[in-house]
Design a protein around this ligand. Structure first.
Ligand SMILES: *[C@@H]1O[C@H](CO)[C@@H](O)[C@H](O)[C@H]1NC(C)=O
Ligand SMILES: *[C@@H]1O[C@H](CO)[C@@H](O)[C@H](O)[C@H]1NC(C)=O
Ligand SMILES: *[C@@H]1O[C@H](CO)[C@@H](O)[C@H](O)[C@H]1NC(C)=O
Length: 570
């Protein structure tokens, strides 16, 4: 009995020594041209020459080949097909593996990272029934390769200019190409920045892990690269319905564009994915309104016109818009108007006030989201600017509205039009924008029960971080170590291919102090434009260090000062 295992071990060792067993190596990188004298290979242990890898027929960015299991290590290389000399090799060695590799990204030292994530602080709100999807991973960075003629929007940053592209997604264990997708620039202010954000809509029959529309966020306004990810991870931890967020590497026509944030766009079938477990068929979908520009939910009368007033002429953006139509009923502004009317005269201290509110809106979705805006120091949300939210009419809960926050880049010590100090008042009633017309917040906080709840959300979070810095810092550190190599890569990419007017836009503000309309730019706008144009703040400083600009602080520095500012409140 005792001898059997020993015999078995000897036998297995004997086998692997006798036959130099091969496995499949798979590496992901930009495609090599046919005329290129270079080829991809894998260099194993102390072999003098690489084993060649060949581009797969359907996805030219994936190179695979059989080669021996390494005794200690291997690395991927580019070599000259004719002379077999090494032209380039990865900056490190990979530890030997005994089975076929996953799709490993060239020159990235790890495939996965340990990113423990944040604790779930609140259960998902009642309406939520989110589909399981592989769109977002917390512990790895997939790659997206686009190919197609994108000159239409490289030279014209107007809204709605599309280009047709094929999209190849390569994760660690899956790869696919979705042909005939449409890409366009996304965002407003960021359209004019050297690194733009994009929106992709997949073709008629295509979905990427259940989603028809995705956004690729440029991250250029945030030298720490992780603010928006932190924001959405906290929204998830707060049990809020909104997009999840992850990182991807982006290439267009074989050229690197860098590290991007991947998020869901809220177009169909997003509502079915978020509220009906991904089932679109038979789903009784409510209307989804967007509040995007000076859309503070004030009652403006019964006529639709003022709700649909154009706020940004250049892009034709209206205050409110309809993002998704309802299955039943009309796609008009009536329900939004009725809601703003309810807010105007909403009950406050009446005994049934809370119940009445709860029949009109999921009050948890509002209280948690708005508390999170304060906790994130959101300079571009409902409280600060009356912007960047959706309200969804949920037929499964008698048509009450659910509040959905999004666009969390200008948060946690980063701003573009305001001073970050306005998020560090230590008193939420002095928070940026608080004293402007914000009926959703102000009216709700007149209800004693809601005010208590709102304040307890703020207190609990601040205490958590005050009593144990690691609560947030551990997550920040894990994300920072995962993206470190990609940030270095992102910063090394020349952005010259963007139209020259783009950098002129920033230069005009920085050098002449003039905004696009020719008026004198406000100090925060100048400061923000300058830091984006120069792009010279180190990643390490942005995450761990101190920065004292009017529109930017170090990420941890901001959290530490925010907690400190609220010390007498908790
Ligand atoms: C392993 O792969 C190499 C390179 O492709 C090949 O030359 C060799 O014959 C293979 N060995 C075995 C045992 O399959
Ligand atoms: C590999 O990455 C290192 C930094 O990690 C960088 O210095 C080097 O230029 C990269 N090499 C290639 C070939 O991409
Ligand atoms: C840019 O595209 C818009 C929308 O298609 C069009 O109206 C405009 O004329 C274009 N501008 C230039 C300079 O091509």
């Amino acid at each position: 009995m005792l001898q059997k295992p020993a015999v078995l071990v000897v036998f297995l060792l004997g086998v692997s020594n006798a036959i130099a067993q091969n496995i499949t190596y798979k590496v992901v990188t930009t495609a090599l041209d046919n005329g290129d004298p270079l080829a991809m290979g894998v260099l194993i242990d102390d072999y003098k020459t690489p084993f060649p890898l060949t581009a797969s027929a359907d996805i030219p960015y994936i190179y695979t080949g059989y080669a021996p299991i390494a005794k200690s290590s291997y690395s991927y290389v580019r070599f000259n097909k004719n002379s077999w000399s090494l032209e380039e090799r990865e900056a490190f060695s990979r530890d030997a593996v005994e089975t076929d590799t996953v799709f490993e990204f060239y020159n990235r030292s790890q495939n996965t990272y340990s990113v423990p994530g944040l604790p779930q602080l609140y259960e998902p709100i009642d309406s939520m029934n989110r589909v399981k999807s592989d769109l977002h991973y917390n512990d790895r960075i997939p790659a997206i390769f686009l190919s197609g003629d994108i000159s239409s929007f490289q030279t014209n940053s107007s809204k709605g200019v599309n280009a047709a592209v094929d999209v190849t997604y390569v994760g660690l264990d899956q790869a696919m190409t979705l042909k005939g997708a449409k890409i366009q620039l996304s965002g407003r202010g960021t359209r004019n920045l050297p690194k733009a954000s994009y929106k992709i809509k997949f073709g008629e029959q295509d979905l990427l892990f259940g989603y028809k529309n995705i956004k690729l966020r440029s991250l250029i306004t945030d030298p720490s690269y992780i603010r928006e990810k932190m924001g959405f991870d906290l929204a998830e931890s707060f049990g809020l319905p909104t997009t999840r967020y992850s990182f991807v590497r982006l290439f267009i026509n074989n050229k690197p564009l860098g590290l991007f944030g991947l998020e869901e766009d809220f177009s169909n079938p997003w509502l079915a994915n978020e509220f009906n477990n991904g089932v679109s068929q038979g789903f009784n979908q409510g209307i989804l309104y967007n509040g995007a520009i000076r859309s503070n939910l004030q009652y403006l009368g019964e006529s639709e016109a003022p709700y649909l007033e154009v706020k940004v002429k250049k892009f034709g953006d209206t205050a409110y818009s309809i993002k998704a139509k309802p299955t039943n009923g009309n796609a008009d502004m009536k329900k939004l108007i009725a809601f703003t009317k309810f807010l105007k005269d909403a009950p406050s201290t009446e005994p049934d006030a809370a119940a009445t509110w709860n029949s009109h809106v999921d009050t948890d979705s509002v209280l948690r989201s708005l508390a999170l805006e304060v906790l994130l120091g959101d300079t571009d949300g409902y409280i600060s600017s009356g912007d960047n939210y959706y309200i969804y009419e949920d037929p499964a809960h008698n048509g009450r509205f659910v509040y959905i926050m999004y666009d969390l880049d200008l948060t946690q010590g980063s701003a573009s039009r305001s001073y970050v100090s306005q998020t560090l008042k230590g008193d939420y009633t002095k928070f940026l924008g608080y004293n402007e017309a914000r009926p959703l917040l102000k009216q709700m906080l007149k209800v004693p029960e809601f005010k208590a709840k709102f304040e307890s959300i703020l207190r609990d979070f601040i205490r958590k971080q005050r009593d144990n810095q690691e609560f947030l810092y551990e997550h920040i550190d894990a994300l920072a170590s995962m993206i470190k190599e990609d940030v270095a890569w992102d910063k090394s990419i020349s952005r010259e291919h963007r139209e020259t007017t783009v950098s002129q836009y920033l230069e005009e503000i920085v050098e002449n102090g003039k905004d696009t309309n020719g008026k004198a730019a406000e100090p925060p706008v100048i400061d923000y434009s300058e830091r984006v144009l120069r792009n010279d703040i180190s990643f390490e400083t942005a995450v761990n260090g101190n920065i004292d600009r009017i529109t930017l602080m170090g990420l941890k520095q901001w959290y530490s000062e925010m907690i400190e500012a609220y010390s007498s409140f908790v």
